[in-house]
Design a protein around this ligand. Structure first.
Ligand SMILES: *Cc1c(COP(=O)(O)O)cnc(C)c1O
Length: 389
C-alpha cells in the first residue's frame, strides 16, 4: 500500500480542544476585574455552575484532576501504609495521588460489559482484605472513556466495610449514571479539564462532593493551609492547587456548551460504528444500560484474526497518513512503576489494551474527515485480505 502520497496536509488529532466562542468574552471580564489570580469571581461562578450541573452540594476548582484526587485522598485520611483499591484500566493521574500520600495502590480489573472496575472482583478483594485485617483506605473506580462505572454496586460492596469511594470521573464530564451526573453519589468525585478532555480550561480539575466539610477542608489545603490570621500562620502543610481565575473563565464558557459536546461526541462514535459495521474483526466499546456515555473517545477493538491486521499496524498506518490514534490505556498492573503492587486480574484489561484503538474524536471533526478515516481503515483491511489471496 502506498501511503506517503495520501498523507493529509493537516493532521487529524485525537481529541483537540474546541472553543465555543464564548471564552474570550469571559476572559475579558476576568481581565476587567483584574483578578489575574487563582481565586476570583470566575472561579466562584465556575464552582457554582459545576455544582449545579453535577448535582453536588459543593465543588472546588483546582489546577488539575490529579490535584483534585490528591486532595480527596488527603481529606479522607489516606496515609503511609494504607492501600487504595483502584481500576487497573485507567490513566496514571488516577493512581499517582495514592502514592503521593505514601499509600500503595491495589489494582482491580474491568468487567467486560462496561470496561470499568468489576464490582465482583472488588467484593472478592475487600473480603480478602478483611481476612488479612487490613481494609483499604479508599476505593477509586474510573469512569473509563466517559462511561460510568457501576457506582451503586461499588458503593453497596464498600458500605459494610465503611470504605469510602472516590469516583475518578475525569473523563466523564457530562456522562450520566441512572439519571445522575457521573460521580454523583460517591463520597467525592474528581473531574478533569485538561486540554484533551470533553471540556477544557487548558488545564484544570474539580473536586466535588455532597460533604460540604470535605470540600471546605480541601479548599483550605489547596491554598497552602493558611490559618485565619492577618499574618501567614501554618499548623499543617498544604498545597498550591487553586485554579486561576482566567482559566475558570474558559471553563465556564466550555461548561455552557457541554450538552452539545456530549451530543457531538456521541454522533462521532455512531458515525464510525455505522460506517464500519460489516467490516469483519471490528468491535466497539459497549454502552452500559444504566447510563449514558459521553463518548469522550471513540474506541474500537481490532481482532487480528478476522481483521487480518494487528491493532498496532492500523495505528501506524493511520499515523503515516497524519491521523492520530492511540492504544487503549495500558493497565496500571502492567506499568513498570507498579510491578510490586498486588492486582486482581481477569484478563479483560490486558485484552482491551492489546486490541483497543482510540480514534480521532474531537468535536470539530467533520463527517468528511471521519469518512477519510473510515475508508482508510477499510482499505487497510482489504489490502491485507488481497495480499492473502
Ligand atoms: C485526565 C485524567 C486524570 C487526570 O487529570 P489531569 O487534569 O490531567 O490531572 C485522571 N484520571 C483519568 C482517568 C484521566 O483520564
Amino acid at each position: 500500500m502506498s501511503i506517503s502520497d495520501t498523507r493529509l496536509p493537516e493532521r487529524i488529532f485525537l481529541s483537540p480542544p474546541h472553543m465555543s466562542g464564548g471564552e474570550l468574552g469571559l476572559i475579558q471580564e476576568a481581565f476587567a476585574s483584574n483578578y489575574i489570580a487563582p481565586l476570583g469571581p470566575q472561579v466562584d461562578a465556575f464552582e457554582a455552575e459545576f455544582a449545579r450541573i453535577s448535582g453536588h452540594r459543593a465543588c472546588l476548582a483546582v489546577s488539575s484532576g490529579t490535584a483534585a484526587m490528591h486532595l480527596a485522598l488527603r481529606c479522607l485520611g489516606v496515609g503511609p501504609g494504607d492501600e487504595v483499591l483502584a481500576s487497573t484500566l485507567t490513566f496514571i493521574g488516577s493512581v499517582s495521588p495514592a502514592t503521593f500520600m505514601g499509600a500503595t495502590p491495589v489494582f482491580i480489573d474491568s468487567d467486560k460489559a462496561t470496561w470499568n472496575m468489576d464490582p465482583d472482583l472488588l467484593a472478592e478483594e475487600l473480603a480478602d482484605c478483611q481476612k488479612r485485617g487490613h481494609l483499604p483506605a479508599a476505593v477509586v473506580p474510573t469512569d473509563i472513556y466517559g462511561q460510568c462505572a457501576d457506582l451503586d454496586r461499588i458503593l453497596e460492596v464498600c458500605r459494610p466495610y465503611g470504605v469510602p469511594v472516590v469516583a475518578d470521573s475525569a473523563e466523564a464530564v457530562g456522562a450520566n449514571y441512572r439519571g445522575r451526573h457521573a460521580g454523583k453519589g460517591a463520597q467525592a468525585a474528581v473531574y478533569s479539564f485538561n486540554g484533551n478532555k470533553i471540556i477544557t480550561c487548558s488545564g484544570g480539575g474539580m473536586l466535588a462532593s455532597d460533604d460540604v466539610s470535605l470540600i471546605e477542608k480541601a479548599r483550605f489545603l489547596s491554598q497552602q493551609a493558611c490559618e485565619p490570621a492577618p499574618h501567614y500562620e501554618h499548623k499543617v502543610i498544604g498545597y498550591n492547587y487553586r485554579m486561576s481565575n482566567i482559566l475558570a473563565a474558559i471553563g465556564r464558557a466550555q461548561l455552557a456548551v457541554l450538552p452539545e459536546k456530549v451530543e457531538a461526541k456521541r454522533k462521532i462514535f455512531e458515525y464510525y460504528r455505522e460506517n464500519l459495521t460489516g467490516t469483519p474483526g471490528i468491535e466497539w466499546m459497549p454502552e452500559a444500560k444504566y447510563g449514558r456515555c459521553n463518548r469522550w473517545l471513540s474506541v474500537m477493538l481490532v481482532d487480528p484474526k478476522d481483521f487480518g491486521v494487528e491493532r498496532d499496524e492500523v495505528r501506524l498506518a493511520l499515523e503515516e497518513r497524519n491521523i492520530e490514534s492511540r492504544p487503549v490505556w495500558k493497565p496500571m498492573h502492567l506499568q513498570p512503576v507498579f510491578k510490586h503492587c498486588r492486582a486482581r486480574i481477569n484478563g479483560v484489561s490486558e485484552n482491551l489494551f492489546k486490541r483497543g484503538l482510540c480514534l480521532p474524536s474531537g468535536t470539530q471533526i467533520s463527517p468528511s474527515q471521519q469518512l477519510i478515516i473510515i475508508n482508510y481503515i477499510k482499505a487497510i483491511r482489504n489490502h491485507r485480505a488481497n495480499n492473502l489471496k
